[in-house]
Structure formats: structure tokens, C-alpha cells
Design a protein. Sequence first.
Length: 177
Amino acid sequence: MEKAIERVLFASRWLMAPMYLGLVGALTILLWAFLMELWHFASGLPDIGVDEAVMGALALIDLSLAANLIIIVIFSGYENFVSRMDTAHHEDRPDWQGEVDFSTLKLKLVASIVAISGIHLLKIFMILGAYPAEKIRWMVIIHLVFVISGVLLAAMDWISNHAKSLKKSAKYGRAEG
């Protein structure tokens, strides 16, 4: 009975595969949004000012960061929780693929969210008059919450890794002594 339960539990990881395929769909939607934003940006080229050029570039960077985040989640999530990808010999295989564990994935996610939030905040700062002070205040507060959360998450991971290495050192230190 125990072996059967364990086989079912182990096989249940494949229930995540459709979710990663759904993220490929989300990536496709982001590509469409990127192309539409690029078209809108390029169509205003003859009359574009410095502020509009920066805003357009920030919008494109924002979308590309979100797309990069989705790729990281798809690759590392699939490899960490479903199955290893057989791409070791592919010439275009990213160097980080297969090396992003759950802890690193969390940090990359938070860092990407902070970057995306920062870009949104920068866009708002460039047209301050278009937003009420209350909304700007909340955007800054939310951004700071993301930053603080990222720092705390990184600190917790550092503490956890440091504790593991101390425990490992103590274990091997006793075995040698």
C-alpha cells in the first residue's frame, strides 16, 4: 500500500506540466503586447520627445523583464518539480539552466518583481502630474514592501545556508576527530 501511494504521489508532479505550458501561453501574450507596444512606440517616432522615448523604452524593458521571469519559472520550475530537460548538449542551452534551485528561483522572482515595480514607479515619476499624490504614495509603499521582502528573503536564505554549512562542518569535524 505504501509503495502504491508513493508512486501516485511521485507521479502527481506531472500535474504541474500543464501549468508550465500555460505559462508558455502567457509568454505568447506578452510577446503580442510587446509587439503592440513597439508598434505604438515606433509609430510616434517622427514627433517623439525625450520623455516619450524614455517611457517607450521603459515599457519595452518592463515587458521583456516579465517575459524573462516567465522563462526562468518555466525552466527551473519544470526541472525542479517535474522532470529534467534533456537539453545538456544543445548549443543554445542557458548556462543557468539546471542550476536554479527553489531558493534561487524565489530570489530571482523577488528581484524581477522589484525591478518591474521600480520601472513602473519610474514611469510614474516621469509624469507626476498625471497621478494623485495618494496613488503615488501607495505605489512607493508597495515598491518598498517588495524591496524589504526581497532583502528579508535573501537574509533568510543566507541564514539557512549558513546554518546548513555549520551543521555540515560540525558533522564532518566530529567524524574526523
